[in-house]
Design a protein. Structure first.
Length: 57
């Protein structure tokens, strides 16, 4: 995890909390939940690609 990824998440949490009048905990749940789902999709697609190209890194 890069420092810029963490900084981006912090800014998104603050932005969501202010824009949608949410508590910081709810905004954090939305932002981190979206990040986790996106990361799982990317990892899944990466593994799917590796299934069709074995031995290539």
């Amino acid at each position: 995890m890069d420092i810029f990824v963490v900084w981006n998440a912090i800014l998104l949490i603050i932005g969501f909390a202010v824009a949608y009048k949410l508590s910081k905990q709810k905004a954090a749940a939305v932002v981190l939940g979206y990040w986790a789902i996106t990361a799982l999709i990317v990892l899944g697609l990466s593994n799917l690609g590796n299934m069709f190209t074995p031995g290539v890194m």
